[in-house]
Each structure stands twice: as C-alpha cells, then as structure tokens.
Design a binder for this molecule. Sequence first.
Ligand SMILES: C[S@@+](CC[C@H](N)C(=O)[O-])C[C@H]1O[C@@H](n2cnc3c(N)ncnc32)[C@H](O)[C@@H]1O
Length: 265
Amino acid sequence: MYDHNEKAGNQGDVVKHTALLAAADAMITASSGDFHYADTFAGYAFNPLQSTGEWRYGIGKLWQSGSTCDNVNVTFWRDLWNCKPGLLGSVYPGSSLFIFKLCMSNKRNFRARLWDTSPAVIKQLMETYDKQQVTIYPRPARADDFTDCKPDLLLIDPPGLRSPYPGLAELLCFFDVVPNAILWFPRTAQGRGTPAPETEPSKKAKRECLLRGLSVTSVRWSNGIRTCGCRLAYNLPNAAAADALRSAVDEVVRLMKWDSIVEHE
Ligand SMILES: C[S@@+](CC[C@H](N)C(=O)[O-])C[C@H]1O[C@@H](n2cnc3c(N)ncnc32)[C@H](O)[C@@H]1O
C-alpha cells in the first residue's frame, strides 16, 4: 500500500512543494481574508526522514550541496525542513503543512479541506489540525465536493495515474469546478537510450492536459527508465501565481543540478 513517508522529500516533492508554495504565496499577496486551501490527496501533515527514504535523492542532495538562492519561495520551503546538523531523523512537511506555515508567516487564517483514504494519514491530520480550521474527509474527493464551496487553491496529488488510483480523466474533472488548481503527476520513460525515451502514456497525459487548456510544466531529473521526472498541469487565472510557480521550478531545478531543461507550455 502507498505510504508517502517513504517518498517524502524526494525529487517529485522538491518540484511540487516549491511550485505549490510559489503559487499560493502570489495568491495570498493578491487577496485578503481567510485563505481556503484544498488537497484531494492530502498525505501526512509531516513525514519522518528515515534511513531508507527517497529524500536522499531530493532534499538530501540539496542539503549536501549547501547551495542557496535568491528565490523567496524556494528559500521559505527550505527553511521549513532544513536542519543544519543533518536531515536523518528530522521531519519533512506535507503539502497542507507547507500552506499552513505560509499562512502563518503572512498572518492569514488557514482554512482547509483535506481528503485521504489512508487511516494512518487521517489520524495524523486529525491530531495536527484544529477542527475549526480544517475539515478532514476519510474518503476520495469528488468533483461535486466543490460545487458550492470553492477553495482559493486546490492541489491534486495522486500516488499515480494508474489503477487502483483515479485516472487522468477523473482528475481533470476537478478543473471544471475549481478555477485555481494544480495537478502533479509522474513522467515515465522506458527502453534504451540516453535519455531513455518517454513512454506513450506519459506523453499522452501531457497532450490531454494541454488540450484541456491547462498550462503544463515538465521536469526530467533522470535519463533512466520508470519515473524519470514529473509534470505540473495547472490553471491559475492569477498570472502572477503562474509566473511565480514557473520561476520557483526553474530555480529549484538549477539548485538540484538536474541536467534538464524545464519546459513550460
Ligand atoms: C502523493 S501522496 C500525497 C502527498 C501530499 N499531497 C504531499 O505533497 O505531502 C498521495 C496520498 O493519496 C492517498 N490516496 C490514495 N488513494 C486515494 C484516493 N482514492 N483518494 C484520496 N486519497 C488517496 C494516499 O494515502 C497518500 O497519502
């Protein structure tokens, strides 16, 4: 069974969380009142960094390099997990906690609706957040959950796009009901060559997002096969939020020293 504790802080989280924070920060700056966040695959509020975790290929690489940057969103993200003596045994925040902390730092009320199907995740989310501020649903989200209640920002972060998880078509339905949304999904490669060629389903997923009128940012962190990178498909009517997202991803890819060109379409 999928457990994000094993993956927390990996390459996908590096891209996803810097992008998410950058978009949310721009939206918070341009608005007032409570900030309403929604996360259809919320995951844990925070994840322990264990000896076997994938964080070594993500935030671990950044920690070792010691490189810094001028991008305020990347710096804010890093300050929330950086531990000077070393990362093993520390915790890495989940997506909802990053936004919670961003609201705290901007002195804005955090309001959220979070969905997840894992009992362990639900238990931790319930122990972490105040019930008055955050509603937690122990079930899959549906598009009609958003008919009458639109968040300021929605994150759609599935464990994958293949069964038993909802497919791309199902996930894209959320964009019909929420004006500001970001979808993260993996990019896959298979076969010979350097880089190994991207799989047809992976290319098709990008085409479908573009056909739907979404912006797409693509990152590749490895020349190898299987999960070689990730994509963000998003609809952010606030142009500053989309620009901030792209700048943060460009900056973090540079910091990670991934030998890859970020594509923004
Ligand atoms: C990639 S993780 C989420 C990570 C989190 N958004 C973050 O960035 O920290 C995906 C989560 O989806 C949950 N999940 C799996 N199937 C689900 C479903 N059908 N509906 C809602 N959550 C699901 C898993 O339990 C897991 O916690």
